[in-house]
Design a protein around this ligand. Structure first.
Ligand code: ADP
Ligand code: MG
Length: 368
């Protein structure tokens, strides 16, 4: 607490897709074990190191347990501001890692083994809230940043843009965002996926284009607010002190102080060149906003990666995304980054850029 801690960065390499295999793409990324990954292609030969590397064979459960996600959930219960974000090119497996495969149809339930980091974390939170001798109140808010506008995915009716403000005590925050309490996995998942009429992730801007039919065109941030109030069965030690200080009638006497933590899941829109995806018109405006905010994020990360003494001003204000992530990147948050890449030779340049980006992020520190 209060000490510097590094961002934890893990890498996930998805398997080659059927299309990639069919057209004979070469596999250019190989896990070497022990957090090392090797990229070998015609003119490239490089090794990168991470806290953990998950290759094509890694299950969703292995990613949950090996990435540190479970600890992050526990830290959120302990009152810290925790963030996990997935980044990488469109089609690299970000949404798969966070939420699992998109349901093929409404009638076919998802296999529990394929559930992503989000559902596993919700389960973990709900289990903790049942087993701990504490009241845990869980609520969620869900936002997207689309074309540099912040929209509330939980509010019914036509999407309207919410103001992003700054205050000394709260840092950057979104005004008037809805937050909904939940007490079961079904409730939070339906919030996330299919609250009727279209809200939640069905409403996230997605549009079909050449790279990925389900490509997400917005950055999505789901925040779970965890409020805990441990109620002790026995009088708390030191209660007498409280009485002496005139706290005898305080409603919290005999209980631990309440804690408020957050667990935020960020599914970043993919970085890709406008040319490659054949985007035009509205799509190219989207791609430009996405690229601009990812560039701003990359810029902040490079500056934050310098030693604290040598840091210059961090331009969080360059985009909505960096403002919303300011605490997670350079403030008092605890952050896990999941970099996602494709092993295919065709994605080589994007893969290398993700790997460099992720390596740089490993030097970023926060003070939880
Ligand atoms: P992104 O969100 O980065 O654009 P997706 O998560 O939508 O990418 O993944 C693209 C495609 O690859 C989807 O069809 C998804 O089901 C598949 N995929 C991604 N990661 C894996 C994985 N680890 N195992 C199996 N299929 C995967
Ligand atoms: Mg996605």
């Amino acid at each position: 607490e209060g000490r510097e801690t590094r961002l934890r960065v893990v890498l996930r390499v998805r398997p080659l897709t059927c299309t990639e295999t069919r057209r004979g793409d070469q596999q250019v990324v190989h896990s070497l074990g022990d957090g090392a990954v090797h990229v070998s292609a015609a003119r490239h030969d490089a090794t990168f190191g991470f806290s953990a590397v998950f290759d094509a064979g890694a299950s969703q459960e292995a990613v949950f347990e090996g990435s540190g996600m479970r600890q992050l959930v526990e830290l959120a219960i302990d009152g810290f501001s925790c963030t996990v974000f997935a980044f990488g090119q469109t089609g690299s497996g970000k949404t798969y890692t966070l939420m699992g495969p998109l349901a093929q149809s409404d009638t076919q339930p998802e296999s529990p083994a394929l559930l992503g980091l989000m559902q596993r974390s919700f389960t973990c939170l709900l289990e903790q809230s049942r087993s701990r001798a504490s009241d845990l109140a869980l609520s969620a808010s869900y936002l997207e940043i689309y074309n540099e506008q912040i929209r509330d995915l939980l509010s019914p009716g036509p999407p309207c843009s919410l103001p992003l403000r700054w205050s000394k005590t709260r840092g950057f925050y979104v005004e008037n965002q809805l937050s909904v309490e939940f007490q079961s996995l079904e409730a939070i998942v339906s919030l996330l996926l299919q609250v009727p009429p279209p809200t939640g992730s069905q409403r996230r801007r997605t549009s079909a284009h050449a790279l990925n039919r389900h490509s997400s065109r917005s950055h999505a941030l789901l925040t779970v607010h965890v409020r805990s109030r441990a109620v002790s069965a026995h009088p708390a030690p030191g209660e007498g002190w409280g009485a002496q200080r005139g706290g005898a009638n305080s409603p919290t006497a005999g209980a631990c102080p309440s804690k408020q933590g957050t667990l935020c899941f960020v599914d970043l829109a993919g970085s890709e060149r406008v040319k490659e995806t054949g985007s035009s018109g509205e799509l190219s405006l989207e791609a430009n906003s996405i690229n601009r905010s990812l560039l701003a994020l990359g810029h902040c990360i490079s500056l934050l990666a310098k030693p604290r003494g040598k840091r210059t001003h961090i331009p969080y204000r360059d985009s909505k995304l960096t403002r919303l992530l300011a605490r997670s990147l350079g403030g008092s948050g605890i952050t896990l980054m999941v970099a996602c890449i494709s092993p295919s030779s065709r994605c080589l340049s994007e893969t290398l850029s993700t790997l460099h980006y992720a390596s740089r992020a490993r030097r970023v520190t926060t003070r939880p």
